[in-house]
Write a protein that binds this ligand. Structure first.
Ligand SMILES: Nc1ncnc2c1ncn2[C@@H]1O[C@H](COP(=O)(O)OP(=O)(O)O)[C@@H](O)[C@H]1O
Ligand SMILES: [Mg+2]
Length: 396
């Protein structure tokens, strides 16, 4: 038998029956292995397809803009939301540079960021306007990361964007509202001032002057009364005259509270001292005023606003602090006027007031506005149980 020409059949024939059985069994095992591998491959394929579909659904149904650009910065993928927000179809964008959609003034920064990203540096989230096909601006917040190929080379960038038109609109509305609130609060304090002046004037012209006349009349009547047998009338008259004096005094006090003293004449420190005394008499809180009149005199606008701030701070001390003592310091140093008012009262949490918003905090807000109006800074330091300190600093 020549070895080289052996055929399969001849070979098989040469095999023993036992050998054949083993070969068939081994063949079966191989087939089973192959079938198993094929099953696994199919399952893996199905899982891959399912997972791919899951991601595709996610990417295609999300409200976010998703895009991929290659290492040159040209679009290679955009999702349907990207199409909706920009007004372009994916096929219009493929092969175009990403700058095609970016608002002109944001292009330079966007290119710099792209280059940084491709170099492997992190780029924090940023906002930029895209230009819609119809020319309208769409503000978008982006988060973009660099994609790498198998060899670790930068292959492009992958980005997620969010249309923040609504958020911007809400921010703008909020800004406008707080602007209006500020204008309103300024008007309110103006109106309040005007009203105070009006009432003070009425008190002086109507009540005060007439009271004087009543007083004079009463003393004329008293001197005209016969001394004999008029004891009861005399007593009543005197009683009335004392009352007239008391009312006069009270009215004068009211007028003083309503109208600031003549600051032109007195100067800021003296006016504050005068007001502090009145406040102290009314509330029982000790008031100490320290400081010299500032030379040269600050502008009337500065003096007026500082005086009004003192008034409001003292009013707050009377209303809220349960303090025994208040200390007011007025000084000019280093080109700055400093007004500091501290009390030893119950204190409060200033951040809590800001959160409470509309219900209270008008006083604090108005004071901050007044300080701002004269180019100054307003600061409230307080802690529950540790008293309160209000500081205003105004550049001279
Ligand atoms: N000197 C103070 N001591 C304690 N609490 C104060 C003091 N000043 C202000 N507050 C607190 O801050 C809040 C806000 O003050 P403000 O804006 O003037 O509003 P209002 O006096 O109308 O309540 C007050 O309601 C009070 O709780
Ligand atoms: Mg107040």
């Amino acid at each position: 038998m020549k070895r080289g020409t052996r055929t399969g059949t001849a070979d098989d024939a040469a095999k023993s029956a036992q050998e054949l059985i083993e070969e068939i069994a081994s063949l079966r095992r191989r087939i089973a292995r192959l079938e198993k591998a094929e099953g696994e491959r199919r399952r893996a394929e199905a899982a891959r397809r399912e997972s791919e579909e899951k991601y595709r659904n996610l990417v295609e149904s999300t409200g976010d803009l998703i895009f991929i650009v290659n290492e040159k910065g040209t679009y290679t993928y955009v999702n349907p939301q990207f199409e909706r927000v920009t007004g372009y179809e994916a096929r219009d964008l493929m092969g175009r540079p990403f700058t095609f959609l970016v608002a002109p003034e944001h292009i330079d920064a966007t290119i710099l960021r792209f280059r940084k990203g491709i170099r492997g540096e992190d780029t924090p989230p940023y906002e930029a306007d895209l230009v819609h096909r119809n020319g309208e601006r769409v503000p978008v917040e982006f988060m973009v990361t660099t994609r790498y190929d198998g060899a670790g080379r930068a292959a492009g960038r992958f980005g997620i964007g969010r249309d923040i038109t609504e958020r911007k609109r809400a921010e703008e509305t909020l800004k406008q509202q707080s602007r209006q609130l500020r204008i309103l609060s300024a008007r309110l304090s103006e109106a309040e001032e005007w009203e105070r002046k009006r009432i003070a004037r009425e008190l002086h012209d109507q009540v005060g002057q007439n009271l004087t006349v009543v007083g004079i009349n009463l003393s004329i009547v008293k001197s005209a009364l016969p001394a004999e047998g008029t004891d009861v009338l005399q007593a009543r008259l005197e009683d009335s005259m004392v009352l007239v004096e008391e009312i006069t005094e009270f009215t004068r006090g009211l007028m003083g509270d309503l109208r600031p003293p003549d600051m032109d004449l007195l100067g800021l420190v003296a006016s504050v001292g005068w007001y502090g005394e009145r406040f102290s008499a009314r509330t029982g809180v000790d008031v100490v005023v320290e400081g010299k009149e500032i030379q040269p005199r600050p502008a009337p606008e500065i003096e007026n606003n500082l005086f009004r701030i003192v008034q409001e701070v003292l009013t707050n001390i009377g209303k809220h602090a349960r303090a025994g003592c208040a200390r007011i310091l007025i000084e000019a140093a280093g080109g700055v006027i400093r007004l500091a008012i501290s009390d030893d009262g119950v204190g409060f949490d200033p951040t809590g007031v800001r959160k409470a918003g509309e219900r209270n905090g008008w006083g604090l807000m108005t004071m901050a506005e007044r300080a701002e109006a004269i180019g100054g800074r307003f600061l409230v330091e307080s802690k529950v149980g540790e008293g309160t300190r209000v500081t205003v600093e105004v550049p001279l």
